[in-house]
Design a protein around this ligand. Structure first.
Ligand code: 7PJ
Length: 358
């Protein structure tokens, strides 16, 4: 049984026993959708109030009880070098693509100096983490040799880490992970969820680095060619569960695993929307959730094919949808705009969480 939190409420006050706190964060929910599945197909869904769930939890299957405990457990802060990233509130991860590609999406920098400059600016604008990548994994992108990728990212990682920023390395290759971790990166963001390079899991384990495991269907070269699922939410969940187990088996502690549904990676517009609507399901792994919907094609598809540099409104809309469901880390191009949106959201939450006495 899968349990997906739903029925979010403004304030928990006056609702004792009827609401539960999601992942120790700023959101409370009043119900769950209990999803029974068989193979990768959903066979039934039932809306269960939190009140009823508290009455019946002891009789529920062990996997549902474990999921409930993880859903409601507080997430420990992420320690990235000497930076502590709190996960009881949403954080912004700024995208820094260091690729020679002339196409500029606002997160793409051809030379190290401009990338470092942009990174320092993003950090000052409120990005808690900077995600440095040297390989495009956009749909249809071609591969880059590890050594070329290392040469692109190393100077940027080094200089940003020296400046005191928390740096993550966006790569699928163990050599790049090693070089970046040695240069001061403290988090590995692998869009292949450690499936691309057989040595990547041991590299991450040996460095005791936290890692983001992202769902994808097929390699970037072909992933957008007619992706199909029986039930995208259930399948992505089960796939991530397997990848978490594989990472743990390779010696990566679960406390160092973050998960990401992989918006746009082998998904149609409908798949992406269904994943975003159901995002809170993924809290039942007990791992922080990372979401990257910034400027992605689904936004263009829903807004008259707006080009990538005209997708700010849609990116913010997805960011808010994600934090409403407790996502802890938002991977974005537009740092100051997203930070501002989150400040407004935070103001609303803080107000709702202020007790009203008689
Ligand atoms: C993602 C990513 C994402 C994580 C990219 C793009 C495509 N890493 N790297 N999640 N997307 N964790 O930014 O448009 O969604 S590259």
């Amino acid at each position: 049984m899968l349990i997906r939190p739903t029925g979010f409420v403004d304030s928990p006050f006056g609702h004792d026993g009827k609401v539960a706190r999601l992942a120790g964060g700023l959101n409370w929910f009043s119900a769950v959708e209990a999803i029974e599945w068989d193979g990768s197909r959903r066979v039934s869904t039932e809306l269960v109030s939190v009140e009823r769930l508290y009455e019946t939890i002891d009789n529920m299957p062990p996997d549902a009880q474990a999921a409930w405990d993880r859903l409601t457990a507080t997430r420990q802060p992420l320690q990235l070098g000497d930076r502590t990233i709190r996960l009881d509130q949403p954080q912004v991860m700024g995208i820094l693509n260091v690729t020679p590609d002339s196409f500029s999406d606002g997160g793409q920098f051809a030379d190290p100096s401009s990338a470092v400059e942009a990174g320092v600016r993003m950090a000052s604008q409120g990005a808690g983490i900077l995600d440095v990548g040297g390989e495009s994994t956009r749909p249809g992108a071609s591969q880059v040799w590890a050594q070329d990728e290392i040469e692109r990212v190393r100077p940027v990682v080094e200089r940003l880490a020296t400046s005191g920023a928390a740096v993550s390395i966006d790569t699928r290759k163990s050599e790049v992970m090693s070089a970046a971790l040695q240069s001061g990166a403290r988090l590995v963001n692998d869009v292949s969820a450690l499936t691309f390079d057989p040595r990547s899991a041991e590299t991450v384990a040996a460095a005791s680095a936290p890692v983001i495991l992202m769902h994808h269907l097929g390699p970037p070269e072909t992933m957008q060619q007619d992706p199909r699922y029986d039930d995208v939410l259930v399948e992505v969940y089960l796939w991530l569960e397997e990848r978490i187990a594989a990472a743990e088996a390779a010696g990566i502690d679960r406390s160092r695993i973050l998960i990401d549904p992989g918006f746009g990676f082998g998904k149609t517009v409908a798949h992406n929307l269904e994943l975003m609507n159901g995002l809170a399901l993924f809290h039942s792994f007990g791992c922080p959730i990372v979401v990257g919907a910034s400027r992605k094609r689904t936004i263009g598809a829903l807004s008259n094919e707006a080009p990538a540099d005209h997708r700010l409104g849609g990116s913010i809309a997805f960011a808010l949808k994600a934090v409403e469901q407790g996502a802890q880390i938002l991977r974005v191009h537009d740092v100051p705009e997203t930070v501002q949106a989150l400040r407004i959201w935070r103001g609303l939450r803080d107000q709702a969480l202020t007790p009203r006495l008689g």
